[in-house]
Design a protein around this ligand. Structure first.
Ligand code: QV4
Ligand code: CA
Length: 507
């Protein structure tokens, strides 16, 4: 089902990677709700293995032990409290559902799991579900190693083990029922839908059967008869046996070409130019607008996992990342998702290490402070929490450019892509009907041009360099004439070489 059921006036989803439920609940009330965010993609809530080598890596959460709802992010009560509190302020919750597999075959035996449930990876025994060896694809998989060896063989990709992960027999009624029970419990608690992990590795017919078993959404927050929003993780950059098209009738699909191409454009690789994005979207060979879930980067390709390639822009390239995220949020194509996770700074006080955890707002602006490694020291990962006040870590600018572009997307929602301009190089501008206008300078020289914005005459506040506060503006001001035309000047040396104005930033 393709509709994210966003509350009226809301358009964007944020992935709060590895955040704790209690922190997300507070963030919904404190920031996401009031600032127009539509929903949160949460990390997998199910019971997962605890990996010791390396110590407690983030990816242990993609190795389920069962469907009890206790994970590194919190327990079932905290999860329920978060869902309720976020729903109550208009922010939907989407669950990352890991249903293709259980833990890795080398996961051992014991109670090293997030709720303490006993399991045996070697015997394929997971009593808390329960699943036994009969519920896995060992006989169906035809490769010698039992692993996916060749991605051009769709049988292997669906029936064999993805990096050693015990592959569930989703053709079995019993297994489908257990997976559906897990998802239905979450639906009844009030979630709005699911990111379906590793969808490429499941037969479309199997997941279809599971989706059909899902309950309607909870009528406390959603219209009666509403079906869960489904967005499926299929990495399709072309050239593989399995295509995203096999899944689009079941729900939306992650459009991985989007971030890969946008990164290539902003990096000016392969002769790409921003001016070539006049027909961005389906014109670039992406899937149909209504099927696409789009993003600049994700938790895998930020970390060198999964596909996407070197072109993906992340917070490591802060300036380009901010521009790319703004481009995505300003552009009408697809259901947009922004990414948050964490960085850490080593801060040693009296022999104790303090972790400075960041959020999507810092992510987007790019980090003023140096980033040491991708992930916090493992010691802290089991208790990762985000302080509400992160002074000393926060760049206030970061709060602005990303958050304000989410508001931009809300303000221009439903308006057509309009008033395109480019300099045949890397300076471009476009509007959204008569509601918003954005100008980018990714060239090595200044932009100085008068453009038709499509907006009513008046003075507008740029929401990138500042924002409207009361009747004033803390950033650049743009004068739009009664003919809709305005002059823009953007130096190529600015930290944020782009300007965005919209109906609600009019002074
Ligand atoms: C190791 C060996 C294997 C061996 C196995 C034996 O490398 O060769 O067979 O042991 O037990 C981790 C390790 C991996 C390890 C495996 C099993 O990285 O080395 O195998 O666990 O223990 C995340 C991480 C993976 C991680 C996995 C499970 O990215 O590295 O694997 O979690 O902890 C493809 C897929 C796509 C996938 C993408 C990463 O088509 O679906 O790769 N993306 C999603 C998630 C991703 C997650 C998974 C799928 C799996 O976005 O975060 O993988 O749920 O493109
Ligand atoms: Ca599979």
């Amino acid at each position: 089902q393709h509709n994210p059921h966003l509350k009226s006036g809301r358009t964007a989803i944020v992935h709060l990677f590895e955040w704790r439920w209690a922190d997300i609940a507070a963030e919904c009330e404190r920031y996401l709700g009031p600032n127009g965010f539509g929903g949160v993609q949460i990390s997998p809530p199910n019971e997962h293995i605890l990996v010791s080598s390396p110590w407690r890596p983030w990816w242990q959460r993609y190795q389920p032990i069962g469907y009890n709802l206790c994970s590194r992010s919190g327990n079932e009560a905290e999860l329920g409290d978060m869902i309720t509190r976020c729903n109550n302020v208009g922010v939907n919750i989407y669950v990352d559902a890991v249903i293709n597999h259980m833990c890795g075959s080398g996961g051992g035996e014991g109670t090293h799991s997030s709720c303490g449930s006993w399991f045996s990876a070697s015997k394929e025994d997971f009593p808390s579900v329960p699943y036994s060896y009969m519920d896995f694809n060992d006989n169906k998989c035809k490769t010698g190693s039992g692993e996916i060896e060749n991605y051009s063989d769709p049988y292997q990709v669906r029936d064999c083990r993805l990096v050693g992960l015990l592959d569930l027999a989703l053709e079995k009624e019993y297994v489908r029922g257990k997976v559906a029970d897990f998802m239905n419990k979450l639906i009844d608690m009030g979630v709005a839908g699911f990111r379906v992990d590793a969808s490429k590795h499941m037969w479309p017919g199997d997941v279809d059967s599971i989706y059909r078993r899902l309950n309607n959404l909870n009528t406390k927050w959603f219209p009666s008869g509403a079906r869960a929003f489904i967005f499926q993780e299929v990495i399709d950059l072309g050239g593989e046996a399995i295509s995203a098209q096999e899944y689009v009738h079941l729900g939306r699909v992650t459009e991985f070409k989007y971030g890969a191409k946008l990164g290539t454009v902003f990096r000016k690789w392969n002769g790409e130019k921003l001016s070539f994005t006049k027909n961005w979207g389906e014109g670039w060979g992406f899937m149909a607008d209504g099927n696409a879930l789009v993003f600049v980067d994700n938790h895998d390709n930020q970390r060198g996992h999964g596909a996407g390639g070197a072109s993906i822009v992340t917070f490591w390239d802060a300036r380009l990342h901010k521009m790319a995220v703004a481009y995505m949020l300003a552009h009408p194509y697809g259901q947009a998702r922004v990414m948050s996770s964490y960085r850490w700074d080593r801060n040693i006080v009296n022999g104790q290490v303090f972790v400075c955890v960041d959020d999507y707002r810092i992510r987007m602006i790019g980090l003023a402070l140096p980033v040491m490694v991708m992930d916090p020291p493992s010691l802290f990962q089991s208790t990762l929490t985000r302080p509400v006040e992160t002074d000393g870590c926060v760049s206030i600018d970061g709060v602005r450019s990303s958050g304000n572009m989410v508001i931009f997307r809300n303000v221009v929602n439903g308006q057509p892509h309009a008033n395109w301009w480019d300099n045949q190089s890397n300076q471009v501008a476009f509007g959204r009907g008569n509601r918003g206008f954005i100008v980018f300078n990714n060239d090595d020289w200044a932009l100085d041009v008068t453009l038709n914005t499509g907006l009513p005459g008046g003075t507008y506040c740029d929401v990138i360099s500042g924002e409207k506060q009361g009747s004033g503006c803390t950033g650049k001001q743009v004068q739009v004439g009664s003919d809709g035309r305005a002059n823009f000047y953007i130096s190529n040396t600015e930290e944020d070489p782009f300007i965005a104005i919209h109906a609600d930033s009019k002074l």
